[in-house]
Design a protein around this ligand. Structure first.
Ligand SMILES: *Cc1c(COP(=O)(O)O)cnc(C)c1O
Length: 493
């Protein structure tokens, strides 16, 4: 069963938690307990088998065939490699490449599975013909969600992205989506404003009722939805198995994990894996210049009243990390009242301060660091020079924080770096690191230059994108979002 982080809602089954997306009165669904999976039980199994096992543990209310069906996406029919998440040796690091899916970012690992999970979950919704999936994106979730839900029966999907906050490639990926049920809307604001607007719609009972009359229910494809987080647990186990198979980890020995972090979803999945018994030593949270989380781990104050930076790692340009609420829930001793108060403070005052005990537990569970824009370029350059390996800017943030960590701690535990995007999604920045003289004003030329220089191939999902027809809607202001969705979805009936 699943409970609310704010102790304000009855427990729900897996299907209910996924169908609802988030707690309708505010708060997020979290598992009441973590099933244990020991590495010895799973040695030698395939990725789909591992996925199936983890789905079954967390979704006992799902029919077995549904878990099997969902796990079957993790093959080379959907991913461009036989291994959907290879662990590549780069110096002393293990780089876990999570970007071999259709949109070339790690979001595919979960968003290819979510339509299957949500399809099953929708059966618990009575008086509903259609689910409207509302997505706020800092760049990568949008396209991955559009691809996952494109032309899926019984769903409509609308994606909101910050007009000037995503890369050229990300924007073109989203606006060229040609599904009959897909809509893409630029917002004149930043990601936090998009996300807040979407969350407010979820928490608005009048709007919910209005849509209910039309037999439409809202759901979410953001990582506030449990169905997004669950599939992300799988690849941390997978990384460990590969580490053992390649003799970089001795059986039972612990590994470190570094995750480039925005909304705190990916790193939370690693934390949950650790709670399930995966031998993880240190979890390292890497931020870019929007380092609200680093400050939190240093001071115990979460303060979003600060300048917002548009960086070369746009998917991490976030000041309100939604899933951090789930993490605090665990380290505060599952105190829903405390969480409720902190998150009301965040909404009303823009900040909250946790008690000393919660901070101590948080610091014990996670180490945090950050990288500035110059660090990112330097790391892309040095890793390319030394290992001929091409990092995207998000992964470069993680590598910089890893290097700092090793310097400060002297810890030589084998470390997995979660690599979250293909470098071709951010070709200009990557060229700036490895061959600045090759940069042109045209991003599509930059992609081809990057290919020529590195000999790496452009992911299939990014090929020919520049010539495709676009279908994006006109930009709206954040406060116009509720009006827009009413106009689009309730007037057509
Ligand atoms: C979404 C994203 C992140 C941040 O992941 P969270 O789960 O939001 O912390 C990092 N890198 C890339 C490339 C992403 O798309």
């Amino acid at each position: 069963m699943y409970e609310s982080t704010r102790g304000n809602y009855p427990d729900q089954t897996g299907r209910e938690a996924i169908a609802l997306g988030m707690v309708p009165v505010g708060g997020l669904f979290v598992p009441k307990e973590f099933p244990k999976i020991h590495w010895e039980e799973i040695r030698g199994i395939s990725y789909p088998e591992l996925a199936q096992l983890i789905f079954k543990h967390y979704l006992p209310d799902f029919p077995e065939e549904k878990c099997v069906e969902t796990s079957e996406i993790y093959t080379n029919k959907v991913f461009d490699t036989d291994n959907p998440a290879p662990l590549v040796k780069v110096g002393d690091m293990g780089v876990l490449e999570l970007w071999h899916g259709p949109t070339a970012a790690f979001k595919d690992m979960a968003l290819q599975a979510l339509p299957h999970l949500l399809g099953e979950s929708m059966q618990v919704l009575t008086h509903t013909d259609e689910v409207l999936i509302l997505v706020a994106t800092s760049g990568d979730t949008g396209k991955a969600a559009l691809e996952g839900f494109k032309n899926v029966k019984g769903t409509e999907i609308m994606v909101f992205y910050p007009e000037h906050g995503v890369s050229t490639v990300q924007e073109q990926q989203m606006t060229t989506t040609d599904g009959a049920n897909t809509k893409v809307v630029p917002v004149t604001g930043n990601f936090d404003q998009c996300q807040s607007a979407v969350k407010e719609i979820f928490g608005n009972p009048d709007l919910r009722d209005k849509f209910k009359e039309q037999r439409i229910a809202f759901s979410s494809a953001n990582s506030i939805n449990w169905g997004r987080l669950l599939p992300q647990i799988i690849y941390y186990y997978w990384a460990y198995l590969q580490g053992m198979d390649s003799q970089r980890i001795r059986p039972g020995e612990k590994m470190n994990v570094v995750v480039p972090t925005g909304n705190f979803g990916n790193i939370l999945a690693a934390y949950y894996a650790k709670e399930m018994g995966l031998p993880i030593n240190n979890l390292i949270c890497a931020s870019n210049e929007n380092n609200v989380l680093t400050d939190f781990f240093n001071q115990g104050v979460y303060n979003r009243n600060r300048p917002f930076f548009v960086t070369s790692s746009p998917s991490m340009d976030i000041l309100i990390s939604s899933n951090f609420e789930r993490f605090l829930y665990e380290v505060s001793g599952r105190d829903g009242a405390k969480i409720g108060k902190w998150y009301h403070d965040l909404q009303d005052l823009g900040e909250f301060t946790v008690d000393a005990d919660t901070l101590a537990k948080a610091r014990k569970a996670v180490t945090a660091g950050w990288a500035d824009e110059a660090d990112v370029l330097r790391v892309i350059q040095s890793v390319y020079k030394e290992y001929s390996y091409v990092l995207d800017p998000h992964t470069a943030v993680a590598v910089k924080v890893y290097q700092d960590y090793v310097k400060e701690s002297g810890d030589n535990t084998f470390t997995v770096i979660a690599s979250t995007a293909s470098p071709f999604k951010f070709a200009k920045t990557v060229l700036e690191g490895i061959e600045p003289s090759a940069i042109t004003d045209d991003e599509w030329t930059n992609l081809r230059k990057l290919k020529e220089i590195t000999g790496w191939s452009i992911p299939k999902g990014l090929q020919g994108l520049e010539d495709k027809e676009t279908f994006g809607l006109e930009p709206v202001r954040p406060e116009e979002i509720p009006g827009l969705i009413q106009k689009v979805y309730t007037s057509k009936r």
